[in-house]
Design a binder for this molecule. Structure first.
Ligand code: BTN
Length: 257
């Protein structure tokens, strides 16, 4: 059995904190019949997962590795849950006085153009009689990493690298959970324009940015043109077509490329 360190009650959340886990998302999935807002956090992950089957660098004691069990009442606007999580992370950073915060579509949070936070939202199903939809919202935030392995050094950053100051992981976690509770409540009230509006304010990638979008080996080059009502990225390609991007990897290009 994994090594449970403590259980923290932070209404509405109950946070199960472990010293070490494979992946917090995996344990949260096993707890899919627990009440909504059950969380799993770990000091390290030995098999932390990112999007597109990538690994998530999860060194001991240096990051926030957190998964939240959500049991949304309906399946509409589910993709907005990871966008609202990115908004919550960005707001937490800004409230702490961090400069250079940006959201890269759909939900990477960057500081000074390097990735500080990744979000992996996965569907899960409950067992037995307890039906209904579950979302495991996994959030990794680089807090106290003094450096990164060479393959990440150009693209990743941490709060310690950016500000020179160490961060108390539990304090950051609790501030972030407060912002997530706020935005999830907005989502549950179906006020989704508030979420996309706030996302746009916090993201330089939402409008007029020259990007390349890669999906399944296909590349689209163009200029971003905001979000759809449900959080997809609008792209005006170099061929003059308007494309709605639901998934894919977006990389910024220089204006003249
Ligand atoms: C990404 O590729 O950007 C998403 C990274 C998500 C990492 C977090 S850390 C907590 C949770 N557990 C995992 O295994 N992954 C997510």
């Amino acid at each position: 059995m994994p090594n449970l360190r403590e259980v923290v009650n932070l209404v509405p959340y109950v946070i199960h904190c472990y010293a070490s886990l494979g992946s917090t998302n995996d344990l949260a999935r096993e707890m899919a019949d627990a009440p909504e807002f059950t969380c799993v956090a770990a000091d390290e992950q030995t098999a932390g997962r990112g999007r597109r089957d990538r690994a998530w660098h999860s060194s001991p004691g240096e990051g926030l590795y957190l998964s939240i069990l959500l049991r949304p009442p309906s399946s509409s606007n589910i993709p907005l849950i990871s966008l609202l999580a990115a908004v919550a992370v960005a707001e937490t950073l800004i409230a702490r006085g961090v400069a250079g915060v940006d959201i890269k579509w759909p939900n990477d949070v960057l500081v000074n153009e390097r990735k500080l936070c990744g979000i992996l939202a996965e569907g899960a199903s409950g067992g037995g009689a307890a039906g209904g939809l579950r979302i495991i919202l996994g959030i990794g935030v680089n807090l106290n990493h003094p450096s990164f392995p060479s393959e990440l050094r150009e693209t990743a950053t941490s709060l310690l690298i950016e500000t020179g100051q160490r961060v108390a992981t539990d304090e950051f976690r609790d501030q972030l959970l407060e912002r997530i509770a706020h935005w999830y409540d907005v989502w549950r009230r179906d006020e989704i324009a508030k979420i996309t509006g706030r996302w746009r304010e916090l993201s330089s990638s939402s409008r007029g940015q020259r990007v390349v979008v890669t999906l399944d080996g296909e590349r689209l080059i163009g200029v971003t043109d905001g979000l759809t009502a449900t959080g997809a990225l609008r792209l005006i390609t170099d061929r003059g077509e308007l494309k709605t991007i639901l998934a894919g990897e977006v990389a910024r290009l220089r204006k003249d490329s």
